[in-house]
Design a protein around this ligand. Structure first.
Ligand SMILES: Cc1cc2nc3c(=O)[nH]c(=O)nc-3n(C[C@H](O)[C@H](O)[C@H](O)COP(=O)(O)OP(=O)(O)OC[C@H]3O[C@@H](n4cnc5c(N)ncnc54)[C@H](O)[C@@H]3O)c2cc1C
Length: 369
C-alpha cells in the first residue's frame, strides 16, 4: 500500500492551499463532507456526538444543543473571541481556561491537531489566527478536506507536471550542500551533482526545513525545537458505520480516518510515544480502533510512521524565532511552513510562504528590468 507519513487534511478556509490545488488542477481530489461536521467519540464516557457548525459567520450552532458539544452551553464558547483577538503572544493556557467540556471535547482537540502541541503551551497568536480564519468565518471555512489518495496526488505530482509543462527542469535527490556568498549576494550553490554558478539576476528560494536552512546559513535565526506526530495504519476494510474522520477523546488515538482498505490514526505532539516498542504501540492503538469501529481485537497488518520533527514547536518563544522571507542576501528568499507566515506549520502556511517568495522574486525582477 502507498501510505503517506500522515493523513493530510486542509480546511475549506485554507484559501492558499485550495487556490494552489486549483491552479495545478487537483482541487477535485480534496474530498470532504458537504457541511462542516465532526463526529466524535469519548472513550471514557462511552459517548458519541457530531459537532455541526452552521454555515455563516453568525455562530448559530453554539445556540443549538444538537449541534454544539454535549454538556456545554452557548456561554462556554465566549473564550474563543478572546483567543481570536488576543494581542500579545502568550501560552494559550494564560488566555483561556484549558479545562471543562468545551475545551476537552472541542477546542483542545482542534488546537492540538492544528498546532501539534499541548494547547496550553501553544502560541495564542497562532491559535488566534486559526480561529479568525476558520471558526470565526463559520462552517463554510471549516469543512475538513482530505487528500484521500495521498498528498502526493494532490499537492506534489500535479505541481511537478504543471511546472514541467512550462519548461521548468526539476532535479530530485540532489542535495544542496552549501551556499557561497559574494558580499550581499549568493554567488554559487553547491549541489551533490555539482556547483551552480549564479548570474547577477539569478535568485534562490531556499525551501528546506529550518534545521537545514540554519546549517546552510549560520547567521540565520530559526525555530530550534520540534514536536513529533505518530501515524498508525491498519490494513483492514473499515466498517460502513465508521465515518471518514472521527475525533477521539480520552484515548491514545486522537483522530481515526477510514480509507478504502485501510484505517489510519493520527496522534499529535506524540513525543511520549516515540520510545515505546513499535508492536506494543500498534497493539495499544488498534485496541481502541477495534472498540470504536466494533472490529475484532486481533491486530491486522499494520505500519507505524513516527515523525520526530514533524513541525516546529508552536510555542510563543519558538514562533518569535521564525524568520521573514527576505534575508540579508539580496537574491535569497526563504520559504517553508516554519517561516514567519503567522500560521502554524501546515500546508496552508507552506503554500502562503511559497506565494510570498514568488511575489518577492517577481517584484525584484520587475524592479531590475
Ligand atoms: C505526520 C505529519 C502530518 C501532517 N498533517 C498535516 C495536515 O493534516 N494538514 C496540514 O496542513 N499539514 C500537515 N502537516 C504539515 C505539512 O506536511 C507541512 O506543513 C508541509 O509539508 C511543509 O511543507 P514545506 O514545503 O514547508 O516543507 P517540507 O515539505 O518539509 O519540504 C522541505 C523539502 O526540503 C528538502 N530538503 C531538505 N534538505 C535539503 C537539501 N539539503 N537540499 C535539497 N533539498 C532538501 C526535503 O527533502 C523536503 O522535500 C503534517 C506533517 C507531518 C509530518
Amino acid at each position: 500500500m502507498l501510505i503517506d507519513n500522515g493523513t493530510h487534511l486542509v480546511l475549506s478556509g485554507n484559501h492558499a492551499a485550495l487556490s494552489f490545488a486549483k491552479t495545478i488542477g487537483s482541487e477535485q481530489q480534496l474530498q470532504g463532507p458537504a457541511e462542516a461536521e465532526y463526529p466524535f467519540v469519548d472513550l471514557a464516557a462511552d459517548a458519541r456526538w457530531t459537532l455541526r457548525f452552521s454555515e455563516g459567520r453568525i455562530p448559530w450552532w453554539v445556540f443549538d444543543k444538537d449541534r454544539r458539544v454535549p454538556q456545554t452551553g452557548a456561554i462556554d464558547y465566549l473564550p474563543l473571541a478572546r483567543l481570536a483577538w488576543t494581542a500579545a503572544d502568550k501560552p494559550i493556557g494564560q488566555v483561556m481556561n484549558c479545562t471543562g467540556p468545551m475545551y476537552e471535547r472541542f477546542m483542545g482537540p482542534f488546537l492540538r491537531a492544528a498546532l501539534n502541541i499541548a494547547p496550553r503551551d501553544g502560541s495564542s497568536r497562532l491559535a488566534g489566527a486559526l480561529v479568525r480564519e476558520t471558526l470565526a468565518r463559520g462552517g463554510r471555512a471549516c469543512r475538513p478536506l482530505l487528500a484521500g489518495d495521498g498528498i502526493g496526488n494532490v499537492f506534489v505530482e500535479p505541481a511537478v507536471r504543471y511546472l514541467q509543462g512550462r519548461g521548468v527542469s526539476i532535479m530530485f535527490e540532489d542535495e544542496l550542500l552549501g551556499l557561497h556568498f559574494s558580499g550581499r549576494h549568493i554567488s554559487r550553490a553547491d549541489f551533490k551533482s555539482g556547483p551552480v554558478t549564479l548570474a547577477h539576476d539569478d535568485a534562490v528560494i531556499l525551501a528546506v526545513p529550518p534545521y537545514v536552512a540554519a546549517a546552510l546559513l549560520p547567521a540565520l535565526q530559526t525555530p530550534t525545537l520540534f514536536r513529533g506526530i505518530v501515524n498508525a495504519h491498519f490494513r483492514v476494510d473499515p466498517p460502513s458505520q465508521l465515518p471518514p474522520m472521527l475525533g477521539v477523546i480520552n484515548g491514545t488515538c486522537e483522530w481515526i480516518f477510514a480509507h478504502p482498505g485501510r484505517i489510519s490514526v493520527t496522534i499529535s505532539d506524540a513525543g511520549r510515544l516515540f520510545d515505546m516498542p513499535r508492536a506494543a504501540l500498534a497493539q495499544t492503538i488498534w485496541r481502541e480502533v477495534a472498540a470504536v469501529a466494533r472490529l475484532p481485537e486481533t491486530l491486522p497488518p499494520w505500519q507505524l510512521v513516527r515523525e520526530r520533527r514533524a513541525t516546529f514547536a508552536a510555542t510563543p518563544e519558538q514562533n518569535a524565532l521564525r524568520p521573514a522571507a527576505e534575508t540579508a542576501w539580496s537574491n535569497l528568499i526563504l520559504a517553508g511552513d516554519w517561516t514567519a507566515t503567522g500560521l502554524p506549520a501546515t500546508l496552508e502556511s507552506a503554500v502562503r510562504s511559497g506565494y510570498r517568495a514568488a511575489d518577492l522574486i517577481g517584484h525584484s525582477l520587475r524592479a531590475a528590468a
